[in-house]
Design a protein around this ligand. Structure first.
Ligand SMILES: *Cc1c(COP(=O)(O)O)cnc(C)c1O
Length: 367
C-alpha cells in the first residue's frame, strides 16, 4: 500500500502557518502618530504609520491574511506558484511571504510601476511580469495561473474576506486601542483610501460591530472609479488616464470595495496628493508616499469643516507607505515636470491648512 500524500502536505501547511504566525509574533504594532496642527484648535489628527511593517506598507497585513486564507483553504501547497495582480506594494509583501515559505512568486504589474518597488520584489526573490495597463492585470494573472498550474491570489477579490474584521488585532482594533488614552478616543472620522477596498471594509465593519459613532471618509484620486460609484452605483468602471497615486484609485470597481460602509468621499487631484505627502513628510520628519497625501488632503477638508463649526474631536488616517518608494517619481521634480504636474498651489493650500486650520481648494476660491 502506498502512503497517502495528504499527511506530508498537511504537515507542510502546518509549518507554513507556523512560520507566518512567528513572523507576526516578532513584529510590533505600527505606531499611531499624533500630527501637530499648529493652526487647529479643536481637532486632533492621528496617523497610523503602516510604513513600519517588515515590508514597508499596510500590504504586509493583507499579504499575511491572503497567505493564511490560501493555506487554510487548501489552495496553497508546497509546490504552488503564487501569482498576483498588483500595482506593486502587495507584490512586495507577498514576495516576502512566498520566500519565507519557499514558493515561486510572480507579480503581474503595470509597466509604469516604480523602479523602487520592482527592485524590492526582486530583493525578496519575486519575479515581475509586466502588462500595459492596470486594467490588463487581472486577466493576465488568471491566464498565467492557469498555464503554470499556480494560484492567483486575487487581492482585489479576497482582501475583504481574508481579514478577520471583528478583531484579532486587525488594523481597526489596533487603531481604536491606541486611541484609548487620547482626549477624544473615538475619532469622529477615519479617512481612508481604497485600492482593493479591504482596509475600508475592515474599518467600516469593525465600527458597526463595535457600535461606534465614527464615520468613514473615502479619500479618492480624481481619476478613480470609487467616488463615481458611490455617487451612482451603475458606474463600475472609468476610462481615461489612471491616477499617478499607486495603491489607490482603481479603473474598475473592485469586488472587495464595499460602498455601503463609506459615509462620504473626498477627492484629490494627483498634484494635491503629491504636494500633501511632501508637506506632511517635512512636518512630521517621516517620509510618506502619495496615497498618504491623498488621505491628508481629505482629512484637511474634514478637519477644517469641524473647526469652522467649532466642533472638537479627533480624526484618524493612515501613513500607508514611505515616500522612499517614490524617490524616482513623486519626489523627483524632473519627473513631475515631464508630466506637467505643478504642485505649488496645492503645497501652499496644505501649508496654510497646517498654519491656520483653513482649507480652501482652488475650485472653491474661484467660487
Ligand atoms: C493598497 C494600498 C492602499 C489601499 O489599501 P486597500 O486596503 O487595498 O484599499 C493605500 N495605499 C497604498 C500605498 C497601498 O499600497
Amino acid at each position: 500500500m502506498t502512503a497517502s500524500p495528504v499527511p506530508s502536505i498537511r504537515s507542510w501547511v502546518a509549518d507554513a502557518i507556523q512560520s507566518i504566525e512567528a513572523d507576526f509574533n516578532r513584529s510590533s504594532d505600527a505606531h499611531l502618530l499624533h500630527v501637530p496642527l499648529p493652526g487647529v484648535r479643536g481637532v486632533a489628527l492621528y496617523l497610523k504609520d503602516e510604513s513600519t511593517h517588515p515590508t514597508g506598507s499596510l500590504k504586509h497585513r493583507l499579504a499575511r491574511s491572503l497567505f493564511l486564507y490560501g493555506l487554510c483553504n487548501g489552495w496553497i501547497g508546497p509546490r504552488t506558484t503564487i501569482i498576483e495582480a498588483s500595482s506593486g506594494s502587495t507584490a512586495v509583501s507577498e514576495a516576502y511571504f512566498a520566500r519565507m515559505l519557499g514558493l515561486r512568486f510572480i507579480a503581474v504589474m503595470p509597466r509604469a510601476t516604480s523602479a523602487e518597488k520592482i527592485a524590492e520584489i526582486a530583493f525578496y526573490g519575486g519575479e515581475s511580469h509586466f502588462v500595459d495597463s492596470a486594467a490588463a492585470m487581472y486577466e493576465e494573472s488568471a491566464r498565467l495561473a492557469a498555464s503554470l498550474g499556480g494560484h492567483y491570489m486575487d487581492q482585489f477579490t479576497f482582501a475583504e474576506r481574508a481579514t478577520d474584521w471583528r478583531g484579532n488585532n486587525n488594523i481597526a482594533e489596533s487603531m481604536f486601542s491606541q486611541m484609548a488614552s487620547e482626549e477624544h478616543p473615538i475619532p469622529a472620522w477615519i479617512v481612508i483610501g481604497a485600492g482593493t477596498g479591504g482596509t475600508s471594509a475592515t474599518l467600516g465593519r469593525y465600527i458597526r460591530y463595535r457600535r461606534l459613532p465614527t464615520r468613514l471618509c473615502l479619500a479618492d484620486p480624481e481619476a478613480s472609479v470609487f467616488h463615481r460609484h458611490l455617487a451612482d452605483r451603475s458606474v463600475r468602471a472609468v476610462a481615461g488616464p489612471p491616477s499617478l497615486i499607486e495603491g489607490i484609485g482603481r479603473p474598475r470597481c473592485e469586488p472587495s470595495f464595499i460602498p455601503e460602509l463609506i459615509d462620504r468621499a473626498c477627492t484629490a487631484p494627483d498634484a494635491a496628493s503629491i504636494a500633501s505627502a511632501r508637506v506632511l513628510s517635512r512636518r512630521i520628519g517621516r517620509s510618506c508616499g502619495g496615497s498618504t497625501g491623498t488621505n491628508l488632503w481629505a482629512a484637511a477638508e474634514i478637519i477644517a469643516e469641524m473647526e469652522a463649526r467649532g466642533e472638537k474631536g479627533s480624526v484618524a488616517t493612515l501613513l500607508c507607505d514611505s515616500g522612499e518608494r517614490y524617490r524616482s517619481t513623486h519626489l523627483d521634480d524632473a519627473w513631475l515636470a515631464q508630466r506637467g504636474i505643478d504642485i505649488s498651489a496645492a503645497t501652499a493650500i496644505m501649508e496654510r491648512f497646517f498654519e491656520t486650520g483653513i482649507f480652501t481648494t482652488p475650485d472653491e476660491s474661484r467660487g
